[in-house]
Design a protein around this ligand. Sequence first.
Ligand code: EPZ
Length: 430
Amino acid sequence: MDQYIIKGGNPLVGEVEIAGAKNAALAILAAAIMTDDTILIENLPDVRDINVLLEAISEIGAKVDRIDRSTVRINGSTIQDISVDYEYIKKIRASYYLLGALLGKYKKAEVPLPGGCNIGSRPIDQHLKGFRALGAQVDIINGAIVAKADQLHGSHIFLDMVSVGATINIMMAASMAPGRTIIENAAREPHVVDVANLLNCMGANIKGAGTDVIRIKGVEKLHGTEYSIIPDQIEAGTFMFAAAATKGDVMVKNVIPKHLEATTAKLEEIGCEVEEFDDAVRVVASKRLRRTHVKTLPYPGYPTDMQPQIAVTLALAQGTSIVTESIFENRFKYADELARMGANIKVEGNTAIIDGVPKLSGARVSAPDLRAGAALVIAGLAAEGITIVDDIVYIQRGYENFEEKLRSLGAEIERVSSEKEIQKFKLRVG
Ligand code: EPZ
């Protein structure tokens, strides 16, 4: 099993290029099968979740042609199967986007029901409520969601909570449902807008994405297009916090600064300098950072996917911070690991109380999930001594070339898979 070994203490300095947004890409790949024409997708991140979804898409019969690392051509005209294998949904929950895509195009879909996951129970009742409102009959049969309709129709749907997945899934199916659909209390995340933009380039008629009311006029057919995915604001934010926690100076390139505003605001609040350019942000941290309070919220609030990264940074800041997680119930699993590195962090319900310490010390820790794993790497980079992060397979799900990018900023980090490699690293770094 791969691990990261890190010798902490180097401030990160330099420039880093951000890849395409994983969570936009997952939905965009699913949407690409909704036409029989070819879709060319650029700025695709080369991460595990994306590669698994491409396999799932090819498994149901679509043609998937990976032109290079960040470009893929998809043609859905050869799909013979509307049923997705459990193997894929087990590996990535987001294969549930094939439900909306297949239902919209073929009026039937069969996708295994995703189970809970490391960050919480994650029900998908709102997705199903939306499909039913569009006229589909939705049943759970032998662990799979089976959705079918003679014909879909537009509908007025009010989501009970703001859900990125439900908004996108319903938007995909509705774009091919005759009539008008209105999704109220829709998620406003940049990836919702990105998927709507792709669908509109394919001939859909979607208005209001990015606000909490999305209006869709169903069309009969979608057509081919070329599309470039937006930059990943969570990868960008992770590097911004890595710069902050290590007292570094990093230019984060290929970003949309507007998408990073909640992160930027918090970094400034705790004492970093953040400079915005057209498609880059520079984060400089020259002194010990200050405490703050933060609560995760749907966009444009502070993102849950950036919660562990800010908590690690606050673990080293002066004063007592309170971090409240309001989206997922189980997103503090890293707290005990961080405590093993010397952090003073106590979790009570959905709140973590963090008393900043002047330094962390390296330890062997385990990544409990994707973002928490990345946050523990940040902790290792900021800590004194050697940190080993286990279970980095989670991190590889969502960060392209993570260790290479960190190394280019001066980090001493290596991916290792044996005791021998660990010893070699230790000898090298002294
Ligand atoms: C997306 O998950 C992201 N995943 C997550 O990214 C992200 O943490 C999350 O949005 C919130 O921003 C992808 O885009 C693939 P939700 P999603 O539906 O769509 C509840 C990462 O690290 N809910 O917005 O599954 C749900 O339990 C990840 O990249 C229902 O109750 O999240 C949660 O409390 C992990 N019923 C809240 O809504 C539903 O039908 C928001 O979830 C749907 C959601």
